[in-house]
Design a protein around this ligand. Structure first.
Ligand code: SF4
Length: 344
């Protein structure tokens, strides 16, 4: 299978008429204003680092691409199409809102070579959408997903956890719906409260309580389990490093820059527990096989997963191996008898 690379181009939605309570786009992006003149240079610079034979997508992220000024949208699509026509890029990926999808928009996207549409679904519960100021309904999302899938685009569902009015059950429902609506990929974003947002005001008024990190991790791991069961690939959990605001002054909710790692680690620990359940584990060695590159997630920060599992199941030892044959949501386990130590 060809390796895949995105060339991300940030497209802020200047003048966005919506009022999502969690949004402070300039703070999230680190950009002050749109500057499309640099897009071509960014694409060229990225292409210079990408090996031949890679499946490359120009990815217009950051805002609601199909809701920006129409001339800007066409300019950016035409720019990307030029690279597609030259054979240097294979397709376009973009993120947008459910209410900015209709037949006419999809016609345009199709003409310019868009393959993947990431939809900011956030929640499939109308009360959560309303309390979050999203300005669209779950029915609109359902309709947008249907149109996107019918037209043959790849659908990626972006959801947020811990929004106002939401519960674990509602977040799980949203994840299930994203799978049922035909998404092949998902992004999970635990809600982060940024300074200066309406969500911060709500928090100050007592109308919103942010989740403790332990809840964010435990709940996130459950959602990973849902997507894994449905074979929906999780593209990302938590904000990107470039979007992280480590100064601390910018965020006013509990927050960890490695949220995604922590959630994956908890998911793998849960999977390990499922494998261990019902087995005679005392004094034995457990050998877990995980996907290539997943050892650190299996081990956990400061080896906390290994310590937890060893203690809870009275294991004498735990080994972690990697296999290219496993996807990152799969784990295999064998239990071995303890090897006797011989003194010479
Ligand atoms: S998150 Fe909401 S308010 Fe912010 S840019 Fe996107 S649509 Fe507009």
């Amino acid at each position: 299978m060809k390796k895949h690379r995105n060339i991300p181009i940030f497209v802020p939605h200047l003048g966005c008429p919506n009022t999502c309570v969690f949004c402070n786009q300039r703070k999230i992006s680190g950009h002050e204003k749109a500057d499309f003149s640099s897009a071509e240079g960014e694409i060229e610079a990225a292409l210079a680092t990408i090996p031949q034979g890679t499946d490359v997508q120009i990815a217009y992220f950051g805002g609601s691409f199909t809701g920006i000024d129409r001339e800007d949208m066409i300019y950016l699509l035409a720019l990307a199409k030029k690279y597609i026509d030259e054979g240097r890029v294979q397709s376009i990926r973009l993120s947008t809102r459910p209410d900015y999808i209709d037949e006419e928009i999809l016609d345009i996207l199709s003409r310019y070579g868009v393959r993947s549409i990431e939809l900011g679904i956030q929640s499939m519960c109308d009360d959560v959408l309303a309390a979050s100021g999203r300005g669209h309904t779950a029915a609109q999302t359902e309709r947008a997903c249907k149109l996107i899938c019918e037209r043959g685009f790849e659908l990626v569902g972006q959801m947020m956890t811990g929004l106002p009015c939401s519960t674990l059950e509602k977040d799980k429902y949203t994840a299930e719906k994203i799978c049922a609506m035909g998404a092949s990929g998902a992004r999970i974003y635990p809600t982060v409260v940024f300074r200066g947002t309406e969500l911060e005001n709500m928090m100050n008024r007592g109308g919103y309580k942010s989740r403790e990190m332990e809840n964010v991790i435990a709940e996130g791991a459950e959602l990973v389990g849902i997507f894994a069961r449905h074979g929906v690939k999780i593209i990302r959990i938590g904000l990107q490093a470039s979007e992280l605001l480590t100064e601390g002054s910018e965020t006013v909710s509990p927050y960890h820059e490695a949220t995604g790692e922590l959630i994956w680690a908890r998911y793998l620990r849960n999977e390990a527990e499922s494998a261990l359940a019902g087995e005679q584990t005392a004094g034995k060695r457990a050998v877990f096989t995980v996907a290539k590159g997943s050892t650190s997630k299996m081990v956990g920060q400061k080896k906390e997963n290994l310590i937890y599992l060893k203690e809870k199941y009275s294991l004498c030892d735990i080994k972690v191996r990697e296999s290219e044959a496993l996807s990152c949501d799969k784990i295999e386990m064998i239990l071995e008898e303890r090897k006797k130590a011989y003194a010479t």
